[in-house]
Design a protein around this ligand. Sequence first.
Ligand SMILES: [Ca+2]
Ligand SMILES: [Ca+2]
Length: 274
Amino acid sequence: MSIAQTGRRSRRIRGWRPLALATSAVLVGLALPAATASPAAATTTAYDDTYYEDAIGKTGPALKDSLHTIISDQTSISYSAVWNALKVTDQDPNNSGNVILLYSGKSRSKSLNGGDTGDWNREHVWAKSHGDFGTATGPGTDLHHLRPEDVQVNSIRGNKDFDNGGSPVSGASGSYTDSNSFEPRDAVKGDVARMILYMAVRYEGDDNWADLEPNDSVTNGTAPYHGRLSVLKQWNDEDPPSAFEEKRNEVIYDSYQGNRNPFIDHPEWVEAIW
Ligand SMILES: [Ca+2]
Ligand SMILES: [Ca+2]
């Protein structure tokens, strides 16, 4: 672990009170952490009386069940239609001709979608081999976990579980990887967590697809599980929903699938369920 990584990880320590922290930092001459994150809180309550009406007030498995029912009412699109959808959902707010690539944060021309070096392609944040759902219309085409990514960076991420640690990823500054896991840059850590946990609630094995669930492993292989839950929960707290993420949720709801990612509207529901 590099010094830089150590610094990044130590910035948030659960349960430390600011006064005690300041005092102990002075006593032992430590630098204060650069930032602290608050527990997740609702991004919007605009849908609580309507879309989420049946889920409000619930917790644990009852909340998960209720959200599953709510978000399973959706339109599904084909894998070929995903290209044009991503050009809308992930459009660069500062350049309408470009999309933002998830792990690298780079802005790249919408027209460079494809499979060659320098192109961007369709990254399955829930690795499609975890549950082996492929790219048939279903979980493999669900826009809530599909993002544009550079072809090479996508290949480096592969089907690895998510965890902290590793060596810097070429072409994706701030991301790290080792033999069995991938750590995205700080600005999208929460996005990744909320996408994985959306998939876990949306897919419960009551249709033709596997029951996708998070766990704490980094060796899930083709099992319908994705790790690591403990790290994803931290990332959800550290990186609250951004305007980009909220707009993306809205566009998928309004224009493509008619369903929402509940954890973008209510990130505190992660802790309420897991
Ligand atoms: Ca974010
Ligand atoms: Ca599930």
